[in-house]
Design a protein around this ligand. Structure first.
Ligand code: GLP
Length: 244
């Protein structure tokens, strides 16, 4: 069983800074790190700090390789809400990374083949740090409640809860939110050396409480972090910690 290191910060800025400090340390020690990255609004503050540190030459991404957790199906890569677009706009376009070294699951086309291909790629590497946000229902990547912890990369049908949560990115219209996605499985996530889950806001408090019970429960996908053999950090603001 892993002992999760819980770090409670005062606010979103501090949560982002604490997380950035761990990434900066790693990149200084290991410039050719392999990073597992996440989308959503939570990591944006962290990415801003990493961009700033890259611009001031404190860290370089020249030799860094990245793998993202997930991607929507049924919208083109060029869609303004695809995770491909998100990663370029919020990080890759602003740092010295070689874009050939950035990887996301392929959302368009045959999901089965796309999942198998991404799984094969991931099985060839060891991710140094896997970053995670969390859905209000405890999902990580797009592993929704009930997902088998042994699954590798796979296609998922998003739950109503996630579709509603993510409608804010699609003009608040649930009909515009893609219904399917491809995601790393819990198995892929748990094979990273270190995992950092970040969360802010009251709507994440229940999910954080469920992780910190210390038990891996299929109904709370993020609670699988309790099974991780390596280091796990859960870095939250006061609001996300308010039910602990
Ligand atoms: C999406 C992503 C998750 C992310 C979650 C939370 O569903 N697939 O990886 O953690 O949203 O998003 P936010 O950080 O915007 O609350």
């Amino acid at each position: 069983m892993s002992k999760i290191e819980l770090i409670i910060t005062n606010n979103y800025e501090e949560m982002s800074q604490k997380t950035a400090d761990i990434f900066i340390d790693l990149l200084k020690k290991k410039p050719n790190s392999i990073l597992g990255l996440a989308t959503g609004s939570t990591p944006i503050g962290l990415y801003k700090i990493l961009i700033e540190k890259n611009k001031s030459k404190i860290i370089s991404f020249k030799d860094v390789i990245t793998y993202n957790l997930d991607e929507y199906c049924d919208i083109p890569k060029s869609h303004e809400q695809s995770y491909f677009t998100f990663m370029n706009q919020n990080l890759f376009d602003h740092i010295d990374i070689n874009k050939d070294n950035t990887h996301l699951p392929q959302g368009e086309g045959d999901s089965k083949i796309n999942s198998e291909n991404y799984d094969k790629e991931l099985n060839k590497v060891k991710i140094d740090i896997q970053l995670l946000g969390i859905g209000s229902n405890g999902h990580i990547g797009f592993n929704e409640p009930g997902t088998d912890f042994d699954l590798g990369v796979h296609e998922v049908l998003l739950t109503e809860n996630t579709i509603k949560d993510n409608a804010r990115f699609f003009e608040n219209d649930i009909n515009k939110v893609p219904k399917k996605a491809i995601t790393m499985g819990i198995k892929n996530i748990l094979s990273a050396e270190t995992i950092i889950l970040i969360a802010n806001g009251k709507n994440k408090a229940n999910a954080i409480k469920n992780i910190m019970k210390g038990v891996a429960d299929k109904n709370v996908p993020a609670s699988a972090l309790n099974l991780h053999k390596g280091k796990v950090y859960v870095i939250v603001d006061k609001d996300a910690a308010s039910l602990l």
